[in-house]
Design a protein around this ligand. Sequence first.
Ligand SMILES: [Zn+2]
Length: 219
Amino acid sequence: MSDALTPQAVWTQMLEGNRRFVSGDPAHPRQDVERRAELANSQHPTAALFGCSDSRLAAEIIFDQGLGDLFVVRNAGQVISDSVIGSLEYAVGVLGVPLIVVLAHDACGAVGAAIDSTAVDAPNLPPYIWRQIAPIVPAVRRVIREEAAAGRPTDHVDAELVGREHLRHTVADLLRASELIAEAVAEGRVAVVGANYRLADGEAVPVVSVGDVDDAHAA
Ligand SMILES: [Zn+2]
């Protein structure tokens, strides 16, 4: 089982893999025939990753991980749902992962659509797309309120600020919704790190963390 690894040890491993990817020197570990055979009857992933579906956020590639390493859940804009919570509870409760990484990214199309939807003349979106991005709208409204309170213009909403706010909301919503995950965090068995992936340089930058994991690099 992966419970020999602490949340911190797993996060350090993932940051090291991301550093190799950023520098253009990936190790492509654990992707061979032997690894495939070794995993045929069981999986023991080291972390769960819940991220945006954006094609540029390919989880194993950007963290330079291998087959069987990451339990991955993704949807457009990394929006919490029953299905997402159920999958992450499975990763924690059954597979025993010590770390959940929630991965957002800059220039996210779902965040942009949520911002556009708040315009007074915004066109109606197809219903399933609207349902997917509606949970991001509170982050848009909060950024508009904070900008207004600081005396700054609110006619142009900063998508990066909204993206980070939505990421914080997502981590908080996950812990509020899932008793199983909140308990595991309280007992020190699991940590949750919210990170923002930068498309241009490939770096996953921690923004928020909960649990026993070093967030000294959090921005
Ligand atoms: Zn996205």
